[in-house]
Design a protein around this ligand. Structure first.
Ligand code: 4AZ
Length: 271
């Protein structure tokens, strides 16, 4: 199970009142190893937010999401878990998607209410397999915000350089959450690398049929807490959603993503 971002925020909130020592993962350089991007370059990247649950300082952002149709956003199933939200999603009254806003401290773009949530019933919180959920928006976004999903057999899934992950998550591995959107260039890695790294532990188990392995063999560039649910893009198509991993940017512990071809299969079969 990925360490939920909510827990990190809860720790941060507590620390603001009582100066408790926050546990700092032993990683440097954590999106880790990324660079700032304009939201106009990736209009399909959205912030999933609840000020009620996560406070207003970063517009309530707690996960990433991806626009796959004008009224549909994909995110990670674990983002909507009780462990993260502290309640079932339908009880989170101000669950929103923030589109067209790169800088969370600005008022640009739109905040759109989530009309309905659907969590993949086959999501397995022990292995992390099937880590995706669908948010239906109360109002549609522009068609230009939609990114196509790479279907089964798409060449974009082939191991190699040139994939990019986007998010507002931790940039150091020590709870330094970005306020402006960042991206990191990563490699799609062979399944064997993640099968070796994650044969089964408390963090999860790599299942190649429903997960995608990406990062850098030597560590460095990676997604991290708060990036969950956000996009991994290759050849202009969505191939992954940030899901889990052991730490962030560590050599030998690549990032694990939800394989979007599995999402396409599931949604195509009527869920
Ligand atoms: C998380 O806790 C998380 N390095 C997300 C991505 C990765 C690790 C942890 C990948 O949400």
């Amino acid at each position: 199970m990925p360490r939920p971002f909510a827990r990190a925020l809860a720790v941060a909130a507590t620390a603001a009142v009582i100066p408790l020592a926050c546990p700092a993962p032993a990683t440097a350089d954590v999106i880790i190893g990324g660079y700032p991007v304009e939201i106009s370059e990736s209009p399909w990247t959205v912030a999933v937010s609840s000020r009620d649950r996560f406070g207003g300082t970063r517009a309530g952002q707690f996960c990433g999401g991806v626009v796959i149709s004008r009224s549909t956003v994909l995110t990670a199933a674990h983002c909507l878990s009780k462990e993260v939200l502290g309640a079932p999603p339908r009880q989170v009254r101000d669950l929103k998607v923030i589109a067209g806003r790169g800088d969370l401290l600005s008022a640009e773009g739109r905040e759109i209410a989530v009309r309905d949530t659907w969590i993949n019933p086959r999501y397995d919180s022990f292995t992390n397999a099937g880590d995706f959920a669908v948010l239906t928006l109360a109002e549609p976004l522009a068609a230009s915000a939609v990114i196509p999903m790479a279907g089964p057999g798409d060449a974009a899934y082939k191991p190699g350089p040139g994939a990019v992950v986007y998010g507002w998550g931790d940039t150091t591995g020590s709870g330094d959450y970005a306020t402006a959107l960042r991206a990191a260039r990563v490699q799609v890695l062979p399944d064997a690398l993640c099968e070796e790294a994650y044969p089964g532990s408390v963090d999860g188990t790599y299942v190649a049929a429903s997960m995608l392995c990406a990062g850098e063999r030597e560590g460095g560039r990676d997604a991290c807490q708060g990036d969950s649910g956000g996009p991994l893009v290759a050849q202009g198509r969505l191939i992954g959603l940030v899901s889990w991993g052991s730490g962030c940017g560590r050599p030998g512990s690549p990032g694990v993503y939800t394989r979007v071809s599995e999402v396409v299969r599931t949604l195509g079969a009527g869920r």
